[in-house]
Write a protein that binds this ligand. Structure first.
Ligand SMILES: C[S@@+](CC[C@H](N)C(=O)[O-])C[C@H]1O[C@@H](n2cnc3c(N)ncnc32)[C@H](O)[C@@H]1O
Length: 230
């Protein structure tokens, strides 16, 4: 994404190795539809690329985006792993620190009053969460237990008709680097009364409510879940 700042200089978002530009644009589309309906929550801020795409739309409607991340990186982002980004590694503490770049990007896009960072483990925040959500984007820890925790803890707060987006879902489990966790989270969301309505690459969108509400044939849900979660 590019925007012109007050200085007239072009600002370009830095993408993570995780979410592609096309996926970011797709989530922006949903953000534009749901921004008038209350706050959003993202789990997995990282360097803020998806956060910015959601934030620019919520800003226009005077609504906020909470974004939870401990900013120490997921398992696959640690040194030696496939999504390790060297410039985010703080040698002096021997840990990933994605919060510095996250803040820089949020400020560059003038979103300090729209995006509310919560620097903490999502399991801890969940104990205190009670805010209804128009949009929930889950892209945090990808282990099965963690992915399911995030859905169980936060999806109940999505308002009726609201949207739940989950990243790294490979519905049919066909791809080599698919994540079992996000796929399990997807099935869990269906069993909690969400209906899959759209996707872009590995980013799926579900809405709270039954398949009849969204004109999605029940046979389709049966096929993709293969009996699970329904
Ligand atoms: C794949 S990245 C998110 C990418 C981001 N959505 C983007 O668009 O670039 C996953 C993030 O989840 C965070 N994370 C993993 N487990 C977490 C947990 N239990 N609580 C909070 N954050 C967590 C990691 O620190 C990491 O920054």
């Amino acid at each position: 994404m590019e925007t012109k700042g007050n200085s007239g200089r072009t600002k370009i978002v830095r993408y993570s190795s995780s979410l592609s530009q096309l996926e970011c644009e797709k989530i922006r589309f949903y953000a534009s539809k749901f921004a008038p309906c209350g706050p959003a929550l993202e789990i997995g801020s990282f360097v803020g690329s998806s956060t910015i795409f959601i934030g620019v739309e919520y800003k226009q409607h005077g609504n906020v985006v909470y974004s939870i991340d401990h900013h120490r990186g997921s398992t696959e982002q640690q040194p030696g792993c496939k999504n390790f980004e060297k410039d985010l590694y703080n040698e002096s503490i021997g840990k990933i620190d994605s919060f510095t770049l996250f803040r820089e990007q949020i400020e560059k896009f003038g979103l300090e009053k729209t995006i509310i960072p919560i620097v903490c483990d999502s399991n801890i925040v969940a104990k205190y969460w009670n805010i209804p959500l128009s949009l929930l984007f889950i892209d945090g820890g990808h282990e099965v237990e963690q992915s399911i925790n995030d859905v169980n803890n936060y999806a109940p707060f999505v308002v009726e008709g609201g949207v739940l987006a989950i990243h790294d879902v490979d519905v049919y489990g066909k791809h080599e680097d698919s994540y079992e966790g996000p796929r399990a989270a997807f099935f869990q969301a269906i069993s909690m009364g969400f209906t899959p309505v759209d996707f872009k690459n590995a980013l799926v969108f579900l809405r709270k409510g039954s398949p009849e509400l969204y004109g999605v044939p029940k046979e389709y849900i049966k096929e993709i879940t293969n009996g699970r979660g329904t």
